[in-house]
Design a binder for this molecule. Sequence first.
Ligand SMILES: Cc1cc2nc3c(=O)[nH]c(=O)nc-3n(C[C@H](O)[C@H](O)[C@H](O)COP(=O)(O)O)c2cc1C
Length: 422
Amino acid sequence: MSDPTNPHIKERTTPQWGLYQRENFWKPNDGKIAPFNTDPAKLEERAKERLSEGGWYYASSNAGMSTTHLANRQAFYRHRIIPNQLVDTNTRDTTTTIFNHKVSAPIGFAPIGINKIYHPAGESAVAKVAGELNLPYCLSTAGSTSIEDVGAANGEGSPRFYQLYMPHDDELTLSLMTRAWEAGFDALILTTDTWQLGWRHDDVAHSNYAFYRGFGADLGLSDPVFRKRCAEDGIDPDVDVVQASSKWIDSVWHGRAWSWEKIPWLMREWKRISGGRPFAIKGIQSVKDAKKCVELGVEGIVVSNHAGRQVDGAVASLDALEKIVEAVGDKIYVMFDSGVRGASDVVKALAIGAKFVFVGRLWIWGLSIMGEDGVRHVMKSLLADLDILMGVAGFNGVEDFEKSILESGPKSYNLIPEKRKL
Ligand SMILES: Cc1cc2nc3c(=O)[nH]c(=O)nc-3n(C[C@H](O)[C@H](O)[C@H](O)COP(=O)(O)O)c2cc1C
């Protein structure tokens, strides 16, 4: 829909995301790329130029030899979309529903820690854009802005969820959940694949851990229970910032595994605090674990391998999704992430059976390049990409993304050209 006078526009129920293409085409042709190229490989290149060495290593590092990251991308390349012709897509709708929120598209902001190492505007800028676009925002426990400030930036009524790294200190866990609920975060997502960061060569080699340098502990430093813990240890968090932020991150990525036995307690407490709002687990990759979630009454799972940053040599998240959907797709709300780089990837994941998709690195690169405007540009481009794809491939709504629209190659088939591995 590149003609803004198109009469169908009035009948459409979702914004004309596709018009963002026109807006960019009309920008002054002064030889500059305005605002910047959103091709994922170019985006990453540009972000690398803009970021500090530490910011770049933290954002780009994967576990081990990056083979899980590569597998994530290979899986997307193996599936191909079959476009339809002469379908009336003039009133297509990109919306979906997640945890009782009607949102603009089946796309959300994955939880990402320490945003201020990418841009001083940090989490607030990202949450603001998410609210504006009516896409769910997910705040990480490892965030570098307080829960309350992020809630305010995201805006009244905007869909937002809180991602918990669960400390081995129940009082602290309760405090974080209470603050999240009071600040308007109305679903809890527990990440279970990161008791400790995976072995990431670049970060280790460069001693790259912002928290041990006194940076990024804002959720802890603004927490009454954590401050009490600091006082018990003789640490003044306003003075001994390095010690306090090290203590904070060591209570979040503690290296001590939780097990299934703890989940009923966490669910019960979250339900008590929030009046029964949804609880989900992020990091599920096996059918066995997905079934366990169903058994325990968990409402949602995020099929995710943390962008390939935790277990090197693991299965592609998209391949895990396929099996998990087959086993429990009708019993639990299945979300997906890891490796999404464009609208076609969103469509493929939904066609395989996810109900919703989160993106991480895409918006990190936008934030790194141009702060709030950069995030907005990347996410509006992704929405336009989706809207246009639906228009030209004959899809009228997310319910049209089903298995029959995909053709899939053999698993052993590596179709990614060398320069596209990112
Ligand atoms: C730099 C970086 C930081 C991340 N921080 C967190 C985090 O704090 N909590 C979390 O649950 N997942 C975290 N993740 C994982 C994302 O939430 C998400 O699973 C992943 O980025 C999705 O893959 P994608 O980046 O390919 O879209 C992080 C990922 C990256 C790349």
